[in-house]
Design a protein around this ligand. Sequence first.
Ligand SMILES: Cc1ncc(COP(=O)(O)O)c(C=O)c1O
Length: 438
Amino acid sequence: MKNIKTLSKRGQTAFNTQLRVDFDLFFEASEDMYHPTDNPNGKFPLNTAENKQSWHLLKEKMELLSLEKSIPDWVPNYTSCLGHESFRLTMANFLARFLTKGPINPDNLAVSVGASAVIEMTAWLLGDSGDVAVFPTPSYPVYKQDIGNKAGMERYNLITHHEISEIAEKPILKIKQLKKAKKDIVSQGKTFKVLVLTTPDNPTGGMYPIKRLEKMANWCIKNKIHLIVNEIYALSLLNTKHPAIKKDYKKQREFISFGQIMEAKQSPYLHLWYALSKDLGISGFRVGILYSLNDALIKAYDNLNVSHLVSNHTQWLLSEIMADHDFMETYISYNQKALTDAYVFMIEKLRALDIPYVPSRGSLFIWIDCAKFLKKPTQKAETKFWEDLYNKTGVLLTPGEGFGHSKRGLFRIVYPCFNIADLGVAMERFGKYIRGLK
Ligand SMILES: Cc1ncc(COP(=O)(O)O)c(C=O)c1O
C-alpha cells in the first residue's frame, strides 16, 4: 500500500500489526451470518466472545428507561476523568454486592472504554517499555497488543502444562513456575513487572481457587510484582451441579473474587480488572473498570484517561440499570441458566464426537482438543484444519495460535453467541465434518 510511507514509524508498525489472526474471517462470516429462514446456508462465527443469550432483558429495560426518565443535566458536560461520581458509586455498590461481596470505595475505581482500554492504561502506568507481563497459557491473545501496542510491554507466555487433561479441575500455576519465569526474564536483562491471571479463564473456563490466588498475591507483594486479576467473566458462571455435566467436576467450587484478597492485604501491588462487555453482553457499550487500592495509580489514571472516557449518556443509562439490584439479580440468574443450557447442549455434542474439552466453570468458552485430526502437530496443520473447517462448513472457531500454548490443535468455541436451535445446525455441520475425517 503506497500510503504507508506517509505514516510515522509507529503508524507503520500499527499498519503491519494485526489485532487478531481470525478477525478478517470473523467480519467475512458476520456479513454472511446464518439465519434459519433468511440465510440457511450462512456462516457461524463462533470465535468472538459475545454473549447474546440475555440481551432482550437489558434491551427492554433500556428502552423503558429512555421513555420514562429525563436525562440529567450533567450528561452533556465534561465530568471526572475517572468516570462520573454517580456512575462510580453505582458501580462500587454493584461490584460490592455481586462480585467482591465486600466493601468497595468508589474512589478506588477508574472507568474507561472497555477492558481493552483499561488493560492498555494499566500497562502504561505500571510498566515501562520493554518490561514484561507474565500470562499463564493458554491466555487471551489480545493481551499482547493491549499491553504492547502503546505501553511497549512484552508478553511472556508461561507454559504450565501441555495436555488439557492436566487442567481439567483447575488452572495450573505454581510458585516454582513463577520463580523460573522470573529467572528467565532477568537473564534476558528484563524486568518481570506484572502477572496477569484471568478467572474464570479465557479460553479454558477454569477458576483459580482463592487459596492459590492468595499464594500468588503473597509472592507478588514480596517480589514487588503487580498482580492483576481479570474478572471480566466473574458473573458468567455455569451451574456445575447440572446433572448432565456434574460428573466432569471432582470438586464443586464457589467463585470468590480477588477483591477479598485485596481488601485483606491492602497492597499497592494488587489490582482487579472488570468490564460489562461479557457478563452483561454489551461489548458495544464499551465499559471497563480498574479497581485498585494504589492511590498513585488512580491519580495517574485520572491524569491520563481523557482519551478513553466512556460517554456520559452510557454511564447514566447503565447507572439506572445497575442501581436496580433486584433487576440485576434476576438478569444474572437468567443469564447463568441460559449459559448453562447452551453449554450443556454443546458438551453433549462434543462427547458424542469424542472430542476432549476442558470442563468449564464460567466464561463464554469451551476449549477443545482436535489434535488427533491434524496431519502433523504443527502450526501449519492447525491453521489448515481451522481454515478447512470454516471453508467446508461455515463454522469459524478461534484458533489456538496466539493463546501462547505449546500444544497444537487446540481451539476455542464461543457458544452463547447463537441460540440453541442455531447451535444445533452449527454442530450438525461440525459433526459431519469431523466424522468425515475419522
Ligand atoms: C479476558 C479478556 N479481557 C479483555 C477483553 C476485552 O474486553 P472489552 O471488549 O471490554 O475491551 C476480553 C474480550 O474478549 C477478554 O476475554
